[in-house]
Structures are given as structure tokens and as C-alpha cells.
Design a protein around this ligand. Structure first.
Ligand code: OSB
Ligand code: MG
Length: 367
């Protein structure tokens, strides 16, 4: 397949409500969409999933634009690509910048799948036609607001609730949620808000039968997660810490986690995600697919990835309506009794609403 043309866009979309973590809130999203065209005119889409500020990882919308424009596009444009898995190797000379790489790599998978007229999830080797999903609920201004969100998610059929915690909003918060929802599959995500000095607090969470505690310590602290895991019964799930296959090997070898939250954007694309998925299956580590508050294109890629057999636990890829009044794909991603059904159409399986995409575009460059 010949890569004929690449178009990058910066897109601005407003979420229905702000999403608040231990770092702050997001509601106005500015992110990138990449279009990759082959010599036959097929078009594949990818989403640059970094945020405007570097709170989750070091990348931002601005750094992704820069790296794609200056370094990744020249590596791909007018090249002959035998298979999308080769893009990972092609991008190897560029260090990290995983979200920039993933935006293009995902677009190459989509255009390839469209070219061979197959759904992306099948090209990736996915076997499950439906995938279980849960919701991730941000920090709320009040307990009542949080209960309202949980009630709404349960009424919509979601089978797992994830809440955010931070110092001062942890043990008592989880205690009141558990008292109100004794049997709900529940987990807590700290987004790196703690240190080993908080071990007593984190140990108190053991009494609430949480499925896991996600990323309690710093992103670059795989070692101390191993120490923490030894003193906790609840499995630790690593999110920010796992940026590559090698990170996953380190974490599994050290015993730093029992679960991995996998996101194609955080690890540099679908091929690296698939390699980590296979490693988790081999090492009997639970794995599930996380989310980045994506719009439809990134969401469609995450849904396709989750069809791989090893994603045993519900993911964070909730329905489009959990985030957006109007998503940029048709149909939108919908959840039926806690499951998203795979699409039969080629590529990501969802059509991009190109006029809406154009309307949301604030900057565009074609190569
Ligand atoms: O830590 O998993 C996270 C959202 C933005 C950045 C990081 C995270 C999250 C979420 C929500 O928890 C995931 C989603 O619903 O897309
Ligand atoms: Mg997380």
C-alpha cells in the first residue's frame, strides 16, 4: 500500500459535562484527527488523544501536532507499507511521543482494513463480537452529584463503575459509595495522586472489595508499585506507568500490578497494544481497555482493540452519549445492557461525519 496523502486537523469539541481527576478538569477538548490516504483513494482516520495540558502524560495537543508534522509524516509519506504493523518499526527512530505515533498508526490500520474490505477488529485478530464496558466517573462537586451519575450509569446498563479518588477524597468517599451500592463492581483510579507515605490510607481501601486500585503512585514509579502491591490485597492496575511492552515486562516481573489498563494512544498504537495484550494473556495478568474521553474515531479504535480475546474485564469505552451531545461518527457508539457490539463495515466500522468534522476543525494541514 502506498501512502499518498496525509491530512492533520486540530479539532475543538465541548463535552457534555466537565471530567475531573486528581489533576483538574477537562470540558473543552482540543485534539487531533489524522487522515491517511492510500494510492486508491481510501481514507483511514486516527485520533490524537493527548490533552491540551500535559497532566496525564507529557504529550499535549501542541506537541503531537509538532511531532506529526515535523517527524512522523516525513517517515510515512510516499512510502510503501506492506502491513500496518510495520508502522511501529518505521517510527522506532523517534523516541516516545506515543500519542502522536498512535494517531497516525491507527489511521494506517483503518485505511488498510478498508482497502482489504474487512472490519478493523477482525484485521487485528479480534474474536469477540461484543465487549463489556463500564463507566469512569470523574470527581463530583458533591456526594449527591456522584450518586446521580452512578444511578444513571446503572440504569443505562453499565456493569462496572470506576470512580476517581485523590488525597482527602478516598476512604470516606469509597465507604459511602459501598454502603449505598454494596454489590456493584467498583474500582478507584487515583491518577498518580499518592506516594508510599500514603500506604496506610491505601490499605484502608482493602476493606471495600474493590476490583482494583488504578495508578495510585507516580507514572514513572513502577518499583514502588511493587512494594505497595505486596502490602495490599486489592490488585493494583497500572495505567500511566505502562507506556510500552518493555514497561509491561518490568511491571509484571517486579509484581507491580495484577491488572493493566491498556490504551492504544498511551503505548504508541494498536500494534504495541496488541503485543502488550498478548504478554498479559501469556503471564495471566488481567487486562482491559481504558479511555481518553475520545471522540468517535479514537473510541472506534479502542472498541476494535477490545475485541481481542484477552480483554476479560469491562473497559472504559462507554457510549458516545456519555461524553458528547453530537459525536462525529455515524452510528455513534452505543451500549446495550453493558455491551458494545462490533460493526461489520470495513475499517473502524463507523462512518465519519465529514461535514461535522469540518465544522469542528480549527486548524488543518495537508501533506
Ligand atoms: O486515568 O483512565 C484515566 C480520562 C482521561 C485521562 C485519563 C483517564 C480518564 C478516565 C476516563 O478515567 C476514561 C474514559 O471514559 O474515556
Ligand atoms: Mg487511569
Amino acid at each position: 500500500m502506498q501512502i499518498e496523502k496525509i491530512v492533520m486537523r486540530e479539532v475543538a469539541m465541548t463535552m457534555k459535562s466537565p471530567f475531573t481527576t486528581s489533576f483538574g478538569s477537562v470540558q473543552e477538548k482540543r485534539f487531533l484527527i489524522v487522515e491517511v490516504y492510500d494510492e486508491l483513494g481510501n481514507c483511514g482516520y486516527g485520533e490524537g488523544e493527548a490533552f491540551e495540558a500535559p497532566w496525564y502524560t507529557e504529550e499535549t495537543t501542541g506537541t503531537c501536532w509538532h511531532v506529526i508534522e515535523q517527524f512522523l509524516t516525513p517517515l510515512l509519506l510516499h512510502k510503501e507499507i506492506a502491513h500496518p504493523r510495520d508502522v511501529r518499526t518505521l517510527f522506532k527512530p523517534i523516541r516516545r511521543n506515543n500519542m502522536a505515533k498512535s494517531a497516525i498508526e491507527c489511521a494506517v490500520w483503518d485505511v488498510y482494513a478498508k482497502r482489504i474490505d474487512q472490519p478493523l477488529w477482525q484485521v487485528l485478530g479480534g474474536t469477540r463480537a461484543q465487549i463489556p464496558v463500564g463507566v469512569s466517573i470523574g470527581l463530583q462537586p458533591s456526594a449527591d452529584a456522584l450518586y446521580a451519575k452512578i444511578d444513571q450509569a446503572l440504569a443505562q446498563g453499565y456493569g462496572r463503575i470506576k470512580v476517581k479518588i485523590k488525597p482527602g477524597q478516598d476512604v470516606s468517599l469509597i465507604k459511602t459509595i459501598r454502603a449505598r451500592y454494596p454489590d456493584v463492581p467498583l474500582m478507584a483510579d487515583a491518577n498518580s495522586a499518592y506516594t508510599l507515605d500514603d500506604i496506610d490510607t491505601l490499605q484502608q481501601l482493602d476493606q471495600f472489595n474493590l476490583m482494583m486500585i488504578e495508578q495510585p503512585l507516580a507514572a514513572d514509579d513502577i518499583l514502588h508499585h511493587a512494594t505497595l502491591q505486596q502490602s495490599l490485597e486489592t490488585p493494583i492496575c497500572l495505567d500511566e506507568s505502562i507506556t510500552s511492552y518493555d514497561d509491561a515486562v518490568t511491571a509484571i516481573t517486579l509484581g507491580s500490578c495484577g491488572v493493566i489498563n491498556l490504551k492504544q494512544a498511551r503505548v504508541g498504537g494498536l500494534e504495541e497494544a496488541r503485543r502488550i495484550h498478548d504478554l498479559c494473556v501469556e503471564k495471566h495478568i488481567d487486562v482491559w481497555c481504558g479511555g481518553m474521553l475520545e471522540a468517535g474515531i479514537g473510541r472506534a479504535h479502542a472498541v476494535a482493540l477490545t475485541s481481542l480475546a484477552g480483554f476479560t474485564m469491562p473497559g472504559d469505552t462507554a457510549g458516545s452519549d456519555n461524553y458528547w451531545a453530537q459525536d462525529i461518527i455515524t452510528p455513534v457508539v452505543t451500549v446495550d445492557r453493558g455491551y458494545v457490539h462490533m460493526q461489520d463495515a470495513p475499517g473502524i466500522g463507523y462512518d465519519v461525519d465529514t461535514s461535522l468534522l469540518e465544522q469542528y476543525t480549527i486548524r488543518k494541514k495537508a501533506f
